[in-house]
Design a protein around this ligand. Structure first.
Ligand code: SF4
Ligand code: SF4
Length: 457
């Protein structure tokens, strides 16, 4: 009798522990702020502009649904479980909802507070953990990525890539690995070692001394964009300083809630520019620029770096933003033999994250014989969203396909994009649709225009 009573007691204790465990929510370290959550009046205006809602079609995968979830978890009415985490993971972090919301709900702050909570408190499956750790231990470190890219170069030139893609075997084995492979651009060995000098003098009269951020993916996959950016800056009176101690800007781990890694990388970046005495710090990648401007928030609890981060942020400018602000002084000439059309693709972290949309268009309109076209749904994410297309390939593919359709429907002959992730995503979906079209960074177009080079369409 005594033993069965103990059994009942133990069972009910286990059940209570289980229940407590199930209702575990956010921990005390900066959960999403209740006063920010309470600014949402649940009107639903944001739903139609939310890419995850448009593809998945469920309330819980919309901004409003996620805010409901945060609220319920904060109040102990729902737990942080695998099921709730799924809805936070499906958010692209594109911030279209922030631009749309008539009540000024700061969803960017809410999701930025939620992601580290998920990473700290919700265990992931072994395979998910391994895959994420591959991404976070590789992409933000050019020194680690470079040797792997050499192997991948062999993979491409040996014909193995063609074979693997042709059989579709990788997709069957792991859709996520297949997604990672599918955005791999053609690797050029010479790009892996191209180093810009530490200081590049201004051409003609010096107007500014600016620091330049190289990015991690940008410097390996898109080194011509960095070279073009440096040339455009120097041609417009800037002395360009490029500290080689700089690493990744922290965008990748910051967007996925990898707090400690993001803080370490942000500190390294601040230290790299500490003694450079530059007027501005220039970045040519939209996602990186948004994170660089968030350093004061990323390092808010660090007494040593908080003020340094604020001073750093005050100097950060997206390259389009900077050039539009200070004005072009270099002469521009046509970049194609005949007048042509161009469509500018808004990167979310520039458009919604930094409210920069007019500046790149204004710069591109300065190029003679270029007519700018506007796509339908210009404010909708292309599905790249940092590493989202590697983590949530199905949603990302649908968005990528829609974006490319909309860009092609403008009838433009070229695409301009200010973010390496968007460029990779667009190139992938152009290829999938059997279309060939040049995708260029606005700095490459301006550089060609300054140097009098012609671009083959
Ligand atoms: S986030 Fe803004 S737009 Fe969306 S439901 Fe809340 S108040 Fe409405
Ligand atoms: S950030 Fe983008 S994907 Fe996430 S809720 Fe807002 S609009 Fe939707």
């Amino acid at each position: 009798m005594q033993s069965s009573q103990n059994e009942i007691k133990n069972t009910s204790f286990d059940f209570q522990t289980q229940l407590d465990k199930q209702l575990e929510g956010f921990d005390e370290k900066h959960p999403p702020k209740q006063d920010l959550i309470d600014t949402c009046v649940h009107c639903g205006f944001c739903l139609s502009t939310c890419p995850s809602y448009r593809v998945i079609g469920k309330e819980m995968d919309s901004p409003r649904g996620r805010i409901y979830l945060m609220d319920a978890i904060n109040k102990g009415e729902a737990a942080l479980t695998e099921a709730t985490t799924e809805h936070f993971d499906s958010c692209l972090g594109c911030l279209a909802c922030v631009s749309t919301c008539p009540s000024g709900v700061e969803y960017d702050k809410l999701i930025a507070a939620t992601r580290p909570q998920v990473e700290r408190n919700q265990p992931r499956s072994l395979w998910d953990k391994l895959y994420r750790s591959l991404i976070f231990n590789l992409f933000p470190y050019p020194k680690r990525l470079r040797p792997l890219l050499m192997v991948l170069w062999l993979y491409q030139i040996s014909g193995l890539q063609k074979l693997i893609r042709g059989t579709g075997w990788l997709k069957f084995f792991s859709p996520r690995l297949a997604a990672m492979e599918s955005i791999l651009p053609n690797i050029k060995l010479q790009n892996l070692w191209q180093e810009l000098p530490d200081i590049i003098p201004a051409q003609n009269q010096k107007r500014y001394r600016v620091g330049m951020i190289l990015g991690c993916v940008q410097r390996l996959f898109f080194s011509p964009v960095n070279e073009a950016t440096a040339r455009v800056l120097t041609a417009n009176g800037c002395e360009v300083v490029i500290p080689k101690t700089q690493g990744c800007c922290a965008a990748l781990p910051a967007h996925q809630g990898q707090e400690n890694q993001a803080q370490a990388l942000a500190k390294q970046m601040i230290d790299s520019f500490a003694d450079t005495d530059v007027d501005y710090i220039i970045i040519n990648a939209a996602g990186c620029g948004h994170t660089l401007k968030e350093y004061a928030h990323i390092l808010q609890d660090d007494p040593e770096y908080k003020a340094k981060a604020e001073a750093f942020v005050a100097k950060v400018r997206d390259v389009n933003e900077f050039l539009a602000e200070v004005g072009l002084t270099a002469e521009l000439s046509p970049i194609t033999p005949e007048p042509t059309t161009l469509v500018y693709q808004d990167a979310c972290h520039l458009l919604h994250g930094q409210k920069i949309s007019l500046q790149p268009r204004q710069l591109l309109r300065n190029i003679p014989d270029i007519t700018l076209k506007e796509p339908v749904d210009a404010a909708l994410c292309c599905g790249s969203a940092g590493v989202y297309n590697m983590l949530q390939p199905q949603v990302a593919d649908e968005l990528g396909q829609q974006k490319v359709d909309n860009l092609l429907n403008t009838g433009a002959k070229m695409i301009a994009s200010s973010n390496p992730g968007c460029s990779l995503q667009i190139v992938k979906h152009l290829k999938l649709q059997g279309k060939e079209m040049k995708v260029k960074h606005p700095m490459e177009l301006l550089d060609a225009s300054i140097r009098g080079e012609k671009i083959e369409i």
